[in-house]
Write a protein that binds this ligand. Sequence first.
Ligand SMILES: [Zn+2]
Ligand SMILES: [Zn+2]
Length: 859
Amino acid sequence: MALKPKITMKRWKASNEREIIQYWSESETFKFIEDSKKPVYIIDTPPPYVSGRAHLGFAIHYAQIDMIARYYRMQGKNVIFPACADRNGLPVEVKVEQKLNKSMHEMDREEFLQICKRELDIAEENTIQVMKWMGLSCNSFYGSPEIYYQTDSPQYRLNTQRTFLRAWHTGLITHATRPNNWCIDCGTTIADAEIEYTENESFLHEIIFNVENSDETITISTTRPELIPTCELIIYHPTDSRYTDLEGKYALTPLFKKKIPIRKHREADPEFGTGIMMICAFGDKSDVKILREERITNPKTVIDADGRINEVGEKYSGMLVKEAQAAIIEDLKKNGSLIQSTKTLRRVPVCWRSKTPIEIIAMEEYYIKQLEVIPEIKKIVEKMDFFPKSNKIILDNWISTINTDWAISRRRFYGTSIPIWYCSKCQTPNVPKEEELDRYYDAWKEQSPMIKCIKCGKSLKDAQGEVRTFDTWFDSSISELAACNFGEIFFQDKEQQFFEKNFPCSVRPQGKEIVRTWLFYTILRSFHLFKKPPFRQVWISGLVRDPYGGKMSKSEGNSVDPLLFLQPQVIPKNTPKTLRPDKDSWKVIAKLESSPKFSGKQTPNLYYGADSVRLTSCLQGSHGSDIRFSLSKLDGNAKFITKLWNISRFISIFPNEDRPKKLEAVDQWLLASLDALTSRCLNGYAKLDFSVPAENLYNWVWNLFAAHYIELVKSRAYGEENMSKISIQSARYSLHTSLQAILKLLAPIVPFVTEKIFQSLYDPEISIHLENLPQPDNPSTEEQSITEDLLTLDSAIWKAKKDKALSLKEPVSLVFIPKSLENFTNDLKIMHNIVTIKMGEPDNSIEGLITKKNCSLKL
Ligand SMILES: [Zn+2]
Ligand SMILES: [Zn+2]
């Protein structure tokens, strides 16, 4: 019988991925089976923020989360992997404001929200499609629509409101005027966790203050002279002998002539400027702390929410901060109070979104308790497993710096409405009970579900609903409940049982840049709601960087559109704009590439497909570290997928035979090596570090299986030269057994090509992703040394022939092989066309003997 490859398709193409997505979809491969007996594994998928277009870092991050889902599915778990979209919060508001070139406060709120919604829908189409094309096995893409949630849906928002109500009625919420981070551009309070720092060049001014009732003066260095009108205190370090005689005296501020106490305080830095400092309301968080410690209560601030100087700034009132700063410096110069101004670099806190410098302003906000529960939060954190363990420190460090409660109200529009109604008579805030809130309410425009004021009994018909919304992390921080409950949190019977059985969630996968926000807040909320950790495992990944290690981001101009790799070079005319790749974005990283393929002006064909991108993401760094992405590496890794296809197609020539009674020595060795490989891969998988299986499989398949083993046994597999039936069977069995194991071990990483090969070759009815991962069953201690001996021998023979410019088919007259390869002689003879094989010490008197380590040969 003539042997023909069962896999007929000659080449694997990226476009085949689309057919497989369709197959998964039609066969509902990843649908969550509710009545399955398998243990449930719940992934708290990070709801991607759907503003603008998904970038490559996003695509890679989610593809790796998909590997977690696929790994656990192949470990026999019933996986819940919801798709979701985060749609609340600043980014879309800022985008719409920029587009319309006006502030949302100048617009009709309803109209503004509608524009935001349209903007989000467009962005979501791109985001969700990138997730699908990257091969995400989210249940909701494949027959379980109930596990697709949007954080602005009425259901999700209702959940956010109800968790707030629960917090309110258990006394966790306070309304207070406290100094808060304020972004002038965004017009809202910003949580500490949302602050970033940049180095700004500014001037350090040395300013003279007179000491009251004396001729003495002191010199104070500051970068913020516009805060002089709010100076409340002057401090020096207790050990600073230059100033000890000033204790208890007062200074007068220049220009404003305000009387300020001078005190010693350990936070004064004798090394900074002149060592004596003014404490204002508020230069920074340490000013807030020092004034509180020194019992200076309710200090007046000088900057208003709109970024202008208020009446405290006297003649400078109405000016913008920058204008006031310049005017004050000018006046200080005029009256001789300014000694000098020198350029300096200052670490400035800025808004994460608009990069505007943060001002600290006393604002009335709602707060949820966090400071007093920190010790308990720390205990909960210890109950969770971190992958990698080393990234836990990011969370620990953050928790140790928390010094205020969390301000959860925002003066923005596109967010979940705070369900509070203020009585028109007595101003009492009326907050419904959980069960009174039967649906989501937009408090700013809807009437209260409560009838009467809880305090004075007046009808709440004309009560003013709260106009503020929640901080977006207030809704993000209950995502694990949505994941655990098909999007419903407060429900009856069946769902409640499911929740009680399966909460905490199994894993929270996320990036390290949102540990302070999303991770911390989720833990805090879960503690408040259930006194439990929200999940058992936390998986924290690194960033995607360009080939030189630069952070890939839109603002840096080096972010790449993943659609370049997921869409064909020529795309159909009717493709919507959201799904057309940004054709030029490859150039931003190509300029760092040495490969000539990526140095031209014309767009090379970059349609590598998701498998290549996924494999590259695993091969470029271990889990938790940052990933460097390069086009050359992507190109190289795509070749591995081609190689896998070619190997499989070759093996598909032979029938998949049963295990023979006796395996040939070569095959025994190979299967032992496969076992060792399987163990290494499973160890990596257990740590959710996909770089381990990826690297091991890449090397093994390419450098051992293809290069040596297949070469050794291919004649036997074909059944040449009157070989025994059993030895033919042994080769075929081993080839197929290895290939199946490789495919399964690779499946979570490169789900498309493995699916196609598996179905073409083994079972068209079954998805490889519903199979179990192989387990090692054949441990061997000798396998490693045999492998080394074999590889050395093969290389020595190939090199000897190459050095003489001989074809690899040319005969070798004599080879001395090590004892470990004793049972390999038949296969070695055929592979290298060897006439005589001898064992043991070579006879060095033989003329023309080429001696290498572990092997001597004569051509
Ligand atoms: Zn801002
Ligand atoms: Zn009232």
